[in-house]
Design a protein around this ligand. Structure first.
Ligand code: BEZ
Length: 397
């Protein structure tokens, strides 16, 4: 009888209790010979608003492994893919497909917070190793934290936590927050509100659009009428392009400064063009970060894919670096779950975003940068918050 992980499951429960599950190749019982290939499953969006994000993550991951001759711990790698369409309703089925049908050793997934919740549910039931290369759902490394789930990106609490202080520092004490109505937007807003109020700001209105809707016109008219000091927001991918362009076209850009978590201007600056100039954001990466690792990464990424890297590519790359480090330590044995987990918990990632470490709840402890769009580039203004650690509320690992 399999003992599913519960909210209160401990690391010991995980290491001893889920091991009898059939069909999950992380398990010691199903251990594979060293000559076998490591089975890596991408559960990512390849269609829809977040398609570019999924592609960049896969590209970044493959680039990290290319530095090892395409191998992990000296073993060949076989890839499996599921397009999760950023659709939470299909998340459990898609997770089961890649974990149970394809029997992957490790899942790299996903982008959308709602989809991540379905994936985590299956990960907790099966004990599968899951590396989250984007989705910020706080619960993943909060109340649903689990020994077999690691995140290499951020929690939704992190990117907007420093933003309120920045805005009040710039004299903007009355703000409107606008976002998609789903976990990523709602959690970004909650974290923004904490920081903004603590710094002396007040939110005059919270505005929502259903995901992935991009009909902003009525809400932009409302913002114009409210006349806040500034607007803060969470949008990403195709929706971020449309929002920034619509904001400028509505004549708001010159009157009410626009701020956001940095996803607003990541990987989309070419499409946003002039409309994005001057937008200020906080994020754990910026193209122009001045470190040797970033320069080498950006140049290798451009050579490999003919396009520029963004934060999503970095997160995919770092997911590869994390697995590389872990499997180097285990000599390529991904079935030694205790050793794999210990190696990941102790990992120090020398990333293009700057060095980061893994928190006890398995989320990056990392710097957040203040950026401003200048001449089509996310220019770094400074470090908005150094070594920011998610509070991991409700995690009892
Ligand atoms: C999320 O759903 O967690 C998310 C999606 C895109 C960018 C950032 C966060």
């Amino acid at each position: 009888m399999i003992k599913p992980l519960t909210r209160h499951s401990s690391r010991r429960d995980f290491l001893t209790g889920v091991g009898a599950l059939a069909g999950v190749s992380l398990l010691p019982l199903a251990g594979c010979a060293k000559s076998d290939k490591v089975r890596v499953g991408f559960m990512l969006p390849y269609t829809g608003t977040y398609a570019q994000l999924g592609i960049a993550i896969e590209n970044g991951f493959r680039l990290a492994l290319a530095g090892q001759g395409g191998k992990l711990g000296g073993r060949e790698v076989e890839y499996f893919k599921v397009d999760d369409e950023s659709n939470p309703a299909k998340a459990t089925d898609n997770a089961n497909k890649i974990i149970t049908r394809d029997k992957v050793d490790v899942v790299v997934g996903t982008v959308h917070s709602g989809v991540a919740m379905g994936l985590i549910k299956v990960a907790r039931e099966t004990g599968s190793l899951v590396l989250i290369p984007n989705a910020g759902a706080n619960a993943a490394t909060g109340e649903l934290c689990s020994p077999n789930v690691f995140r290499t990106s951020f929690s939704n609490w992190q990117p907007t936590h420093p933003l309120g202080k920045v805005m009040v520092g710039n004299g903007h004490k009355k703000a409107v927050f606008i976002t998609w109505k789903y976990a990523a937007g709602e959690e970004a807003l909650a974290s923004f509100a904490e920081g903004y109020r603590a710094a002396g700001g007040s939110i005059v209105k919270e505005l929502f659009v259903p995901f992935p809707n991009v009909e902003f016109q009525a809400l932009l008219t409302e913002i114009a009428a409210l006349q806040p000091d500034a607007v803060a927001c969470f949008f990403a991918g195709g929706g971020a392009v449309k929002f920034v362009k619509d904001y400028a076209a509505a004549g708001l850009k010159q009157k009410i400064p626009l701020y956001g978590s940095g996803f607003l201007t990541e990987g989309v600056l070419d499409a946003q063009g002039e409309a994005a100039e001057g937008v200020m954001t906080t994020l754990h990466y910026a193209d122009s970060l001045d470190n040797a690792r970033n320069a080498a990464f950006r140049s290798a990424y451009r050579d490999a894919y003919g396009t520029d890297a963004d934060v999503y590519a970095v997160q995919g790359y770092d997911t590869g670096l994390l697995l590389i480090q872990a499997l180097e330590k285990t000599g390529g044995d991904i079935t030694d779950r205790e050793a794999v987990i210990a190696a990941m918990e102790g990992a120090v990632i020398d990333s293009p975003r700057g060095q980061w470490t893994m928190s006890k709840a398995h989320n990056p402890v990392q710097d957040f940068y203040l950026r401003r769009v200048e001449n089509g580039d996310n220019k770094v203004i400074g470090v908005a918050w150094s070594a920011l650690e998610d509070p991991a509320r409700g995690c009892s690992m």
